[in-house]
Design a protein around this ligand. Structure first.
Ligand code: SAH
Length: 372
């Protein structure tokens, strides 16, 4: 395993197994996650050379090299990283103000947010994606491989360093299906919320899924569980089957049943993302069916106008259509927001992460791990 994927307990066990004092584990772990160092040499001030050498030899890093960065007119910043095996992933820093979102604001991040505004980081969980959603640019890459927990968290530490501050919110809405990489995702969450490291509140972390029901169940079993977002994107199985093949395995009813079973802390909601595709899923009938689907569930709907990319023959609905869709939802007492495309001049918007100009991902493993 790469050294940054280990939990504090695992690091302590590794250190003591080598005959070193247990506190060395905490020191090393704090360097990797509190400071986010990129090399063991940076630990020189309090970690003995022998231990640093052993770390590098036995738990070699899975480094990410920042190999491209683009800043959009609206301040959105897209980072492209190259993994050690030459694959590209992208993370997006999104400075934003969504005064309509109530997400607690009770922790340190809330204080930062009051002073400097919210900074959301969109994180990737896989190289490419296996799910093949018809409207998504990442799907065109196919599946490359799972990211390790260490690679997942490193995106966050590196992006924070670029931004000069810790993101206030993390959303697993970058490349990949996080619940298809459940074990590494769960491990990454554990690393991110530990007080020796970045110390994120789980209330500030949202995991977005295309609808892997067993994965949602496993996520619900985590303590603490992060927020859940579900990419619904259709109101009938017929349309959803065509847009998101995963729906054939876990249709809308099964998906919503899993959402209803998800434990929600007081005041929390399940977020439903709904990519609006002109003439496909944006009718008044869709807008009237959606409230019935989420009835009784503390829910919030994010309407995402489709971000076009070369390939599929979809179109973004007119601004008026989008407004009307939102109004119908609101008339039915569903909280609904239109997500304006961020960083669209640099292809940083939702679903556009496809690491263009990078080495094409070559599938090296047949299928992603745990969840079928
Ligand atoms: N696999 C996860 C996370 C990655 S996709 C999931 O499906 O939720 C993140 C969000 O971007 C999803 O809501 C998806 O529906 C949306 N999306 C994908 N392609 C898009 C596009 N071209 N335009 C707008 N939203 C898109």
């Amino acid at each position: 395993m790469d050294m940054r994927s280990l939990t504090p307990a695992e690091m302590a066990a590794w250190v003591t197994a080598r005959g070193e004092a247990r506190f060395r584990g905490e020191q090393v772990w704090r360097w990797l996650h509190g400071k986010g160092v990129e090399s063991v040499d940076e630990m020189a001030s309090n970690v003995p050379q022998k231990l640093r050498a052993a770390l590098a030899a036995e738990l070699p890093q899975a480094p990410l090299a920042l190999d491209a960065e683009q800043v959009a007119a609206d301040g959105t910043r897209k980072l492209r990283f190259l993994t050690e095996d030459g694959r590209s992933i992208e993370s997006v820093l999104i400075p934003e103000e969504h005064p309509e979102d109530d997400d607690g604001g009770d922790e340190a991040a809330g204080a930062a947010s009051a002073a400097e505004g919210r900074l959301t980081l969109c994180v990737s969980s896989q190289v490419g994606c296996a799910l093949d959603c018809a409207f998504c640019a990442t799907a065109t890459l196919g599946f490359g491989r799972n990211l390790s927990a260490g690679e997942i968290v490193q995106q966050i530490y590196r992006a924070a360093a670029r931004a000069g501050r810790r993101p206030t919110n993390l959303v697993f809405m970058g490349m990949g299906e996080p619940l298809h990489n459940f074990d590494n995702l769960a491990r990454a969450l554990q690393l991110l919320i530990h007080p020796w490291g970045a110390g994120f509140s789980p209330r500030r972390i949202t995991v977005s899924t295309a609808g892997l029901v067993p994965g949602i169940e496993k996520l619900a079993g985590l303590s603490p569980a992060p927020n859940l977002a579900i990419s619904l994107n259709a109101t009938t199985d017929d349309v959803r089957d065509r847009l998101m093949p995963i729906n054939k395995k876990w249709p809308i009813a099964a998906l919503l049943a899993a959402a209803r079973r998800f434990p929600l802390a007081h005041g929390r909601k399940v977020t439903f993302e709904y990519v609006l595709l002109g003439g496909v899923n944006d009718s008044d009938d869709d807008a009237r069916r959606l409230p019935l689907l989420v009835r009784g569930l503390p829910a919030m709907v994010n309407l995402i106008p489709w971000n076009p990319f070369a390939g599929p023959a979809f179109e973004r609905p007119s601004a008026e259509r989008i407004r009307t869709f939102q109004e119908i939802l609101r008339d039915h007492a569903v909280q609904a927001y239109i997500r304006s495309p961020r960083g669209d001049d640099i292809d940083a918007a939702c679903g556009q992460l496809a690491a263009r100009g990078a080495p094409a991902p070559v599938p090296i493993r047949a299928a992603p791990g745990a969840a079928p």
